[in-house]
Design a protein around this ligand. Structure first.
Ligand code: KG4
Ligand code: ZN
Length: 335
């Protein structure tokens, strides 16, 4: 059995994890998020420089967390895309150097497949068919997954504009809440009334794409509400809670619709926004009503991390997949 090292650098997190035969042995994470706060979003050059600085210490910390020595590592997996090109290059270069030095195979993997694989570390292998909802800062996608490595993942839908996490980040900025917006809104929304402002659920009329997502109109609606004459007694917490309710309602409704459409009774929710407390509670309620098994990994495996990349790498290794070519490069967008 092979110990697989996973490296993730697609955005602002430097993640390294070790997985063997579906079991997470240990991992470590460094984040440059504090350096991006004053820009209100991730600055690719800053993220890349931070990855270069954090890579070796994060590798060492993960190795120590797993109680491993370098000679025990049998394969290296790395996020080859999608993500910020400059950031991805750091991870790919580090992975190549490590694989070369250790004389072990290298696997370039898809970031979204990594997100989906994260759940297998806690709930075991995925069933024969499942729907995976990926809600992160860069993606809002519904996938139909039969087997994470053997059969092509079917992309059912995407966002037409902003990703769900991006909407959280932009709306937080409008409300004067600190970046990253998701956790800020989640926190303040606990004190707010989710029914205070009824924001229109995007793409919910019968003429709209049944599984499609769109969040830029919702962001504009919040902007108009904030700029316009405000209802007396409606607080920032109320607006945040109302916005969060709208996003949660939208993503959960469409995910359950996808399960029905595909005749699937397992829903996996991953990505940074899966950490949202209302997305979680609403998904639990609605899945229970619909008889759908809900799988959501713990928060630290929902956001970007190295363990999820090691998880998909481990599945590939165990399936006997061919390693990537030495010319492997990073790609910012990958089908
Ligand atoms: O998956 P992730 O770590 O990185 C990407 O691949 O994008 O997701 C980051 C996104 C950010 O937009 C962040 O605001 C959002 O996930 N996020 C949340 C929460 N925690 C993180 N959104 C809503 N509620 C949260 N608790
Ligand atoms: Zn991600």
């Amino acid at each position: 059995m092979t110990v697989v090292m996973g490296i993730e650098t697609s955005c602002d997190e430097t993640g390294v994890g070790f997985v063997k035969d579906g079991v997470l042995l240990g991992d470590a994470l460094a984040s440059s998020i504090d350096e991006h706060v004053r820009f209100g979003g991730v600055v690719p050059e800053i993220a890349a420089r931070a990855h270069v600085q954090a890579m070796v210490p994060t590798m060492r910390a993960a190795l120590e967390d797993a109680g491993l020595a370098w000679h025990e590592v049998g394969a290296v997996a790395v996020t080859a895309g999608p993500g910020l090109a400059t950031a991805l290059h750091v991870g790919v270069a580090a992975a190549k150097a490590t694989a070369l030095a250790l004389g072990v195979p290298l696997y370039g993997v898809h970031h979204l497949a990594g997100h989906a694989a994260a759940d297998t570390l806690v709930h075991g292998p995925l069933p024969d068919r499942s729907i995976v909802l990926i809600v992160s800062g860069g993606h809002t996608s519904l996938l139909a997954v039969d087997d994470l490595v053997r059969t092509p993942i079917v992309h059912l839908s995407d966002t037409l504009d902003d990703a769900a996490g991006e909407a959280f980040d932009k709306v937080a900025r409008l409300l004067g809440l600190p970046y990253p917006g998701g956790p800020s809104i989640d926190r303040i929304a606990r004190e707010g009334d989710p029914t205070a402002v009824r924001f229109t659920r995007p793409l919910m009329t019968p003429r709209d794409p049944a599984l499609g997502f769109s969040f830029s109109g919702l962001k504009s609606a919040v902007a108009r509400y904030v700029a316009g004459p405000q209802d007396p007694g409606v607080s920032v917490a109320d607006v945040a809670a109302s916005f969060q309710e709208c996003v949660a309602d939208t993503v959960v409704t469409k995910a359950i619709r996808a399960c029905r459409q595909e005749g699937v009774d397992t829903l996996v929710i991953v990505g940074g926004v899966a950490a949202n407390s209302r997305v979680r509670s609403l998904a639990e309620e609605r899945c229970a009503e619909a008889g759908i098994e809900l799988r959501v990994p713990p928060m630290r495996l929902c956001t970007d991390n190295g363990a999820m990349i090691a998880a998909i790498g481990d599945l590939l290794v165990r399936d006997g997949a061919r390693p990537s070519v030495p010319e492997l490069g990073a790609r910012s967008s990958v089908p």
